[in-house]
Ligand binder design. Structure first.
Ligand code: NI
Length: 202
């Protein structure tokens, strides 16, 4: 094999290898359903907070029930109330799951969300909600365990009227505490109902 032929051979092999690689890649499903993608991450963990009645609540108190956990804040102008409203509506359409699902709201705004504030906020939503808050460090620990993003926005007035950018996901856990799936504030009530029925029938 002379040098010239070798060069042509190498270039051709590289071309074939690239084509094979592209072919193989195309045949691997790259669009996995979101549930699966999130399901591979370790979501959830210990928390130690107080509820709207100042009772201590920990992750252990959720064992034995389907837990649906949402992180938000009571001053939220849109996303949180919207998601909480849809989810409350979904719960009220599932009387057969009454008592088997424990909905939990965890504040990402411990500075303003004291138990009294959360109690007021929850009056608009499903009565079974726990509304949890705590010291900033306890909230940070919970956020970390549940992979929650929440950052206070800068505001020019330096007042109490700040907003918080935050992820808006309802995490669902089985009675043994393992993560089963999620939906968001934008999920339709119908879809929430379908998913909860499916998961709770497992
Ligand atoms: Ni919000």
């Amino acid at each position: 094999m002379n040098i010239k032929f070798l060069k042509v051979f190498l270039v051709a092999s590289a071309g074939i290898a690239t084509a094979l690689y592209i072919y193989a890649k195309k045949n691997v499903p790259s669009q996995l359903p979101m549930d699966k993608v999130i399901g591979t991450a370790k979501i959830g963990g210990p928390f130690n907070l107080i509820d709207q009645n100042r009772k201590i609540k920990t992750d252990k108190d959720l064992l034995g029930k389907y837990a649906v956990i949402y992180f938000g804040y009571t001053f939220c102008p849109d996303v949180c109330p919207m998601g909480m409203h849809s989810f409350s509506e979904a719960l009220s359409r599932l009387p057969e799951l009454q008592g088997r699902i424990q909905p939990v709201f965890i504040s990402v705004d411990p500075q303003r969300d004291k138990p009294e504030e959360i109690k007021k906020f929850l009056k608009t939503f499903h009565p079974s909600f726990w509304g949890l808050t705590g010291e900033p460090a306890q909230i940070e620990q919970a956020k970390e365990a549940y992979k929650v993003y929440a950052v206070q926005q800068k505001n020019e007035h330096g007042s109490e009227h700040y907003l918080i950018d935050h992820s808006s996901i309802f995490y669902v856990f089985s009675p043994d505490g393992s993560f089963v799936g999620h939906f968001t504030h934008a999920t339709s009530v119908d879809e929430m109902v379908q998913k909860l029925k499916k998961w709770a029938a497992l």
